[in-house]
Design a protein around this ligand. Structure first.
Ligand code: OAD
Length: 252
């Protein structure tokens, strides 16, 4: 097995020659920005049962509870978070003309803040809420959270523009992701446990179309060794900096 430096050099070589690279990101890419992942040690689902707090049925049954227990905290965490080196690295790769699209399962908006311009938000975005009665859209920061659940002027309840368990992926996001995945020549899969479908199917589409698949994750996933050709084991920010350094040297 190649040592980690040799592997990064090899991945950088392949990435530098990519003309249509795509990134698929998950909660792990935002861990170094202070947002916890969902699964594993310290994960959100260790403290909260997702079916009790993150399913659409649970939200409809008791929106105040879901807002109070989960969404209020998430709002604060996301509100304070800034892009880390992994997000910034993806923006640099876009500027270099290598990376075309980011497909993200995250709802934190950090890819856009870092500067990526084509971001497909597979599970929506937490920055926007809409009224479940009249459909009025409001920035989350402008919503009065002193009452739970937060309400619109019409009396309806606000909900985040995110996909709850039990809801469909927005059809345009799904379609665009499938297209991007099947047309790319390189896919970076960063910080996802790759267990939630249909997002986890995007690397499979890319693999079946002949793309090089590289994971960045401190742990292996169900894709490792089957769908991904290489895994860079470690923290996304640190590894992204090393990868960008190598790509810069090759492109110089
Ligand atoms: P998970 O929480 O399932 O997985 C996070 C992954 O990030 C794991 O594989 C970790 O090993 C890895 N990780 C942790 N720290 C990291 C770091 N510093 N750098 C790189 N990787 C790191 O998150 P997702 O795969 O995004 O859905 O979860 C998918 C979906 O499940 C989410 O979008 C959410 C959740 O339920 C909805 O809310 C609909």
């Amino acid at each position: 097995m190649a040592d980690s430096h040799t592997l990064i050099k090899k991945v950088a070589q392949k990435l530098s020659s990519a003309r249509n690279a795509v990134a698929l990101t998950g909660a792990g890419i935002s861990v170094e920005s202070g947002i916890p992942p969902f699964r594993g040690k310290g994960g959100v689902w260790e403290r909260f049962d997702p079916m009790e707090y993150a399913s659409i049925d649970a939200f409809k049954k008791n929106p105040a509870k879901v807002w109070q227990v989960l969404l209020k905290d998430l709002n604060q965490l996301i509100g304070n978070a800034k892009p880390n080196d992994a997000h910034k690295g993806l923006a640099i790769l876009e500027k270099m003309g290598i990376l075309k699209t980011v497909i993200t399962q995250n709802v934190d908006g950090l890819h856009q803040k870092a500067g990526n311009t084509d971001v497909i938000e597979f599970h929506g975005n937490f920055a926007i809420n809409y009224c479940m009665d009249c459909g009025r859209r409001m920035d989350t920061v402008s919503i009065d959270l002193s009452q739970m659940p937060p309400r619109c002027d019409c009396g309806g309840i606000f909900r985040p523009d995110c996909v709850f368990f039990g809801e469909m992926i927005p059809p345009d996001s799904l379609l665009r992701s499938q297209q991007a995945a099947s047309q790319c020549d390189f896919m970076l899969v960063i910080g996802t446990s790759a267990v939630v479908q249909p997002a986890a199917h995007m690397p499979v589409l890319a693999h079946n179309s002949g793309a090089v698949i590289v994971e960045i994750n401190p742990e292996s996933t169900p894709l490792t060794g089957y769908i991904s050709h290489h895994i860079l084991l470690g923290q996304a920010g640190t590894l992204m900096n090393q990868l960008i350094d190598e790509v810069n040297q090759i492109m110089r």
